[in-house]
Design a protein around this ligand. Structure first.
Ligand code: NAP
Ligand code: MG
Length: 501
């Protein structure tokens, strides 16, 4: 029996093929356990369970307030298992314990609770402007669930992202099949029992671990699925859109980013330096909103870089669960190779390594995937390290001449997920206005909240998640028109087609 099984129709089970795969601890390279490996036939089974659960109304017919009570119980179930889940998340994904507790497990609780509160707002139909011509009618807007949703997620915030997708789908009355990333399947697998205990009916949530090709594709192309929600790379996002087009599925895409941090000359130095480091090196840069480009005025450049390098030395890299570690490993050998490849490219392109630039070994690091916090200077906006998402601890510093130049550089990539400005709020807000990004932080970074919408401009995605805007993406809008005068004589417009005698 595998250590982490599939969760389908309220039951834990093996894959039909009996196949399994291992998940690794990226701090040590050791196996954490075996995981049931879902194939397309398992994905189809999970979709059938979600379809049946949606169609008989066991969840979609509940009022928002009833769904809210159950989602709140899910949040409590997660809270009760906080230490166990945080430890598991840290070992499976390489998140430091602080990140696992605060962002992954804490975020999961916060999303279930808040989305439950939002669910109650869907109970009452919204009145629309009333009409008297050609006849008097009463009009209102209702929000129905879309139906069966499928969600595919990456490995950087495993339980938090699983919770984003499940909490939003459930708050709006849908059923769902979730596929976590194969690198980080453990905590999502544990969620099955928590959901069941909290009273989520069988089949409403199904969780299947397996590869994107084949298994993930079945979740996108299966005609019984109504909506697809994908978080991952822009490249895979494009394929998802094409596959979903076959049956015109509603599609939400949360994709990559190359977020720019603009430091204004009046920024508080202490805040901006540590903030810039947190923006790029939190979770070793494996964050879609990583502030991977730092724009500093020519006048402040040298001084700022000097302080950045000095403060970067305060970051302690090491095994994710070890005391005092503030930056863990990259998630896999593959990600390590990608990041080291970009560092090599940066050097070849003529950028200068101001600090880091190498894999870290020795002192118990040899078998993990550790890279030093890396800062490049002498970067120009056209370089690959200034255009492409690296998804690792690599910062590109670019000088700007004036704020117009800064805005031009900031907007000069195919991405538009997030951006930020360090400086006096009055000036920073004016700059924020001109940035093409779904989230702009002023004197802060990485703070996402279930109450506020999140998503990308340009090739960073389609649609929004979180907040009421995000929840509404899990609904269909239904306009109901009720003729107040139910009388053939006053329905004169019928005469255009069937004249009265
Ligand atoms: P990825 O390669 O796009 O994979 C994401 C997920 O998609 C994985 O579960 C993957 O499974 C699956 N997948 C791959 N090919 C598929 C296919 N043909 N059909 C269906 N599913 C498929 O991304 P990643 O490398 O895991 O994660 C990093 C990326 O995610 C970055 O670009 C980052 O910016 C983005 N991201 C975005 C956000 C956001 O909210 N905007 C948040 C976090 C991360 P397999 O691994 O088995 O292929
Ligand atoms: Mg793992």
């Amino acid at each position: 029996m595998s250590d982490y099984q599939l969760f389908i129709d309220g039951q834990y089970c093996e894959a039909v093929s009996g196949e399994t795969f291992a998940t690794l601890d990226p701090s040590t390279g050791e196996s954490l356990g075996t995981v049931a490996k879902a194939r397309p036939e398992d994905a189809a089974r999970a979709v059938d369970a979600a379809r049946a659960a949606f169609d008989d109304g066991r969840w979609s017919f509940k009022r928002g307030s009833e769904r809210a009570a159950i989602l709140s119980a899910v949040a409590k179930g997660i809270k009760d298992r906080m230490p166990e889940l945080a430890d598991l998340e840290s070992r499976d994904s390489g998140a430091t314990l602080a990140k696992a507790k605060g962002a992954d497990i804490g975020g999961a609780m916060f999303w279930f609770k808040t989305m439950g509160e939002f669910a109650t707002r869907l109970d009452e139909p919204e009145p629309l402007p009333q009409t008297i011509a050609p006849g008097p009618s009463y009009n209102f807007l209702k929000r129905d669930p879309v139906g069966v949703c499928t969600a595919i997620i990456p490995w950087n915030f495993p339980l938090q992202m699983a919770s984003w997708k499940i909490s939003m789908a459930l708050a709006a009355g849908n059923t769902i099949v979730l596929k976590p990333a194969p690198e980080t399947p453990c905590t999502a697998a544990r969620l099955g029992e928590i959901l069941a205990e909290a009273g989520v009916p069988d089949g409403v949530v199904n969780i299947i671990q397996g590869p994107g090709p084949g298994t993930g594709e079945e979740l996108i192309s299966n005609p019984k699925v109504d909506k697809v929600s994908f978080t991952g790379s822009t490249e895979v996002g494009k394929q998802i859109m094409q596959m979903a087009a076959g049956t015109v599925k509603k599609t939400t895409l949360e994709l990559g980013g190359k977020s720019a941090q603009i430091v204004l000359d009046d920024a508080d130095m202490e805040l901006a330096v540590d903030g810039a480091l947190y923006a790029i090196f939190f979770h070793a840069g494996q964050v879609c909103t990583a502030g991977s480009r730092l724009l500093v005025s020519e006048a402040r450049h040298d001084e700022f870089v000097e302080r950045l390098v000095e403060r970067a030395a305060a970051i302690t890299v090491g095994p994710a669960t070890a005391d005092g570690v503030t930056m863990g490993p990259l998630v896999s050998q593959k990600q390590l190779d990608t990041v080291l490849g970009y560092i090599e490219t940066g050097v070849k392109e003529g950028a200068t390594v101001a600090t880091g630039g190498e894999r870290l070994t020795g002192d118990g690091l040899d078998r993990g995937f550790f890279v030093a916090p890396t800062i490049f200077t002498d970067v120009t906006p056209d370089m690959a390290i200034a255009q492409e998402e690296i998804f690792g601890p690599v910062l590109a510093v670019l000088p700007y001449t004036d704020p117009d130049d800064a805005v031009r550089i900031a907007n000069g990539t195919r991405y538009g997920l997030a951006a930020g400005v360090w400086g006096s709020p009055a000036k920073a807000i004016k700059i924020a206005d001109r940035l093409q990004a779904g989230t702009v932080w002023v004197n802060d970074w990485h703070l996402l909240n279930p109450k506020y919408p999140f998503g990308g401009y340009k090739q960073s995605g389609i649609g929004r998640e979180h907040g009421m805007l995000g929840l509404l993406e899990y609904t269909e809008a239904k306009h109901v028109h009720v003729a107040i005068d139910a009388n053939r004589r006053t329905h004169r417009w019928f005469d255009m087609t069937v004249p009265r005698a």
